[in-house]
Design a protein around this ligand. Structure first.
Ligand code: GLN
Length: 310
């Protein structure tokens, strides 16, 4: 096992390892615009802290990053609010599905963590303070374009609309938390912003590049810019490890051993601290709503590189 693998060879080997599984899993169909995506696609990109990159498969095909966006809004909120954010959202695994409402009543409208839907909706509400959805969505999009070093990152208006049309559960979560006083803006403004952030459209190369500051103590090593404090990045990585795959976070830590965040579009961003950021995409999901082939690819990559943090 090498700690400094030949990246070009590595991505080819990982691609070979998982080929027999292509097409496995079920595409998310509760958001109609996502149900039409071909499940046989697979992309992988690695960007290292030294600025090397390697990619394979459908690494240039844009997809809906969905809940992977929660990592970036959390970063923005911690930068803006600091530790006061933790008065409104916890940092414990939920042990429940991503869109669950069950704990909220018992826990007075304080979501377990910022990476489940309820928690991310609170984070979005915090980002809205003092301004409207348009300005907030523009800041989120601008941040992702800057981090990715690519102005072609967009928001898929059709996906955002599709989710707004069918987002009854997210509307319930937001209204429920508003009743506890943990949502402070009008619920429709919060949801509009949340649906747009989830509809960010990026490819694996852009996503890995955008997440690189998480592997480098909060500094984007290519742009040479500090994105957020090192302490915030340690905490974001800890939350990704413990909560980034919902009720399957333990299994992901066991199999892959890297902080990771999944989305129902089939993307996963995984962090190898002080080494690299990795993005995989394959739309077929397992029963916990995480990319089935994507997790297999990261398992193969972790085995081949020794990039597990354990
Ligand atoms: N936009 C999706 C939702 O709110 C995000 C869920 C996910 O990616 N797990 O339902």
């Amino acid at each position: 096992m090498s700690n400094d693998p030949n990246l070009a060879e590595l991505v080819v080997r990982v691609h070979e390892d998982i080929q027999p599984h292509f097409g496995q899993g079920r595409v998310a169909d509760y958001i109609p615009a996502l149900a039409r995506v071909d499940p046989r696609q697979f992309g992988l990109a690695i960007v290292t802290c030294k600025g090397e990159t390697a990619s394979v498969g459908d690494c240039s095909v844009p997809f809906s990053i969905q809940s992977v966006s929660k990592v970036f809004t959390l970063t923005l909120a911690l930068g803006r609010l600091g530790d006061t954010l933790w008065q409104r959202v916890g940092r414990e695994p939920s042990g429940s599905p991503f869109n669950s409402i069950v704990q909220l009543e018992r826990e007075q409208g304080i979501p377990r963590n910022p990476l489940i839907n309820a928690g991310a909706i609170v984070v979005t509400d915090a980002l809205l303070a003092g301004r409207g959805p348009q300005a907030t969505i523009a800041e989120i999009l601008d941040t992702l374009r800057t981090l990715a070093g690519d102005p072609r990152v967009t928001i898929d208006a059709e996906v955002a609309r599709s989710e707004a049309d069918t987002g009854y559960r997210n509307a319930s979560l937001a209204n429920f938390m508003r009743a506890f006083g943990n949502i402070t803006n009008p619920v429709d403004c919060v949801l509009e912003t949340y649906f747009n952030q989830c509809a960010l459209r990026m490819n694996c190369v852009q996503l890995a590049r955008a997440g690189l500051f998480l592997a480098n103590d909060g500094i984007d090593p290519i742009a040479g810019q500090r994105v957020v404090e090192a302490q915030a990045v340690r905490r974001i990585n800890a939350i990704m490890m413990t909560c980034g795959h919902y009720d399957a976070s333990g299994d992901f830590a066991f199999r892959v051993g890297m902080p990771g965040k999944s989305g129902v579009g089939g993307g996963i961003l995984a962090i190898a601290p002080r080494r690299a950021a990795v993005a995989v995409w394959s739309p077929g999901l397992n029963t916990a709503g995480n990319s089935l082939v994507g997790a297999l690819a990261l398992e193969s990559l972790a085995r081949r590189t020794g990039w597990s943090v354990f």
